[in-house]
Write a protein that binds this ligand. Structure first.
Ligand SMILES: [Zn+2]
Length: 220
C-alpha cells in the first residue's frame, strides 16, 4: 500500500539542521505514526512521504515555509521584569502564555535592565529542515481515525500515550483541551503553524498538536 490520503503511516526519522546537527530523531521513541492528509505533520514532510511504500527511505528537505514558518520579528515582545513577580526570569526559559494570537510557547530571549524580551516564534522557525526518513508501515485508516483526524494506536490517540488515555497530558502538551481550543494546538491556522504550543513536548516533526483537533478525549 502506498502512502496516500486516509492512510496511517509510521515513519522513523532523523532531523538535522543546515549544519548537520541532529535536532530530533524518532530513535528510542519508536516510529512516529500519523494520519496522512490530515495535517498531523508539517506540510513539507507530508509531501515528502506521499506515494512511498513500507521499507522506503528518503531524504526530505523542508524549507521554512513548508515547516515552521519564517522567523517573525512581530512575535517579539517586551515585558517589564516585574511582570514575573517572585520568579526570576532566565534566558532560554520557556512558558505557555495567552497572547493576542492565542496560547503560545514564549521563550525568554533577552533580559536588559528592567526589560525582558519574549520570543513567540517556534524554535524551528526560519530553519530549513533536513529529514532522513524510513517508512515503517502504511495501513488504511479506521473510520474513527478519519473522523478524529489522527491515528489511534497503543495507548491513545496521540501516540505515546498522554491523550486519550484518560490522564492529563504532562507538561501541558498537545492535548490539553484548553490550549487546543485557543487555536494554538492542532489548529491549522496561520498562527499555530508559525509557533504555537506543544512544540517542545512532542516529536518535532509533528506539527503543533497533531492530536488536538479531534478533541483527544477519545477513548477508542
Ligand atoms: Zn482520537
Amino acid at each position: 500500500m502506498r502512502v496516500a490520503k486516509e492512510t496511517v503511516v509510521a515513519i522513523e526519522y532523523t532531523l538535522k539542521d543546515d549544519q548537520g546537527n541532529i535536532i530530533d530523531a524518532s530513535g528510542d521513541r519508536g516510529p512516529m505514526e500519523y494520519l496522512h492528509g490530515a495535517q498531523n505533520i508539517i506540510p513539507g514532510l507530508e509531501q515528502g512521504v506521499d506515494g512511498l511504500v513500507a521499507g522506503d527511505t528518503k531524504s526530505v528537505l523542508v524549507p521554512p515555509q513548508l515547516g515552521y514558518g519564517e522567523y517573525s520579528e512581530k512575535l517579539l515582545q517586551l515585558v517589564p521584569l516585574n511582570a514575573f513577580g517572585a520568579n526570576t526570569p532566565q534566558i532560554g526559559m520557556r512558558f505557555h502564555a495567552e497572547t493576542n494570537l492565542g496560547m503560545r510557547v514564549l521563550t525568554i530571549k533577552k533580559i536588559e535592565g528592567e526589560e525582558v524580551t519574549l520570543d513567540g516564534n517556534h524554535e524551528l522557525a526560519g530553519k530549513t529542515l533536513h529529514f532522513d526518513i524510513k517508512v515503517v508501515s502504511v495501513r488504511a485508516a479506521e473510520l474513527t481515525e478519519l473522523s478524529h483526524g489522527h491515528p489511534h494506536q497503543s495507548g491513545g490517540c496521540c501516540g505515546g500515550g498522554g491523550c486519550g488515555s484518560g490522564e492529563a497530558s504532562s507538561e501541558g502538551g498537545c492535548c490539553s483541551t484548553g490550549e487546543a481550543s485557543e487555536g494554538g494546538c492542532g489548529s491549522t491556522e496561520e498562527g499555530a503553524s508559525a509557533g504555537g504550543c506543544c512544540s517542545t513536548e512532542q516529536p518535532v516533526a509533528q506539527k503543533q498538536g497533531g492530536c488536538g483537533s479531534g478533541g483527544c478525549g477519545c477513548s477508542a
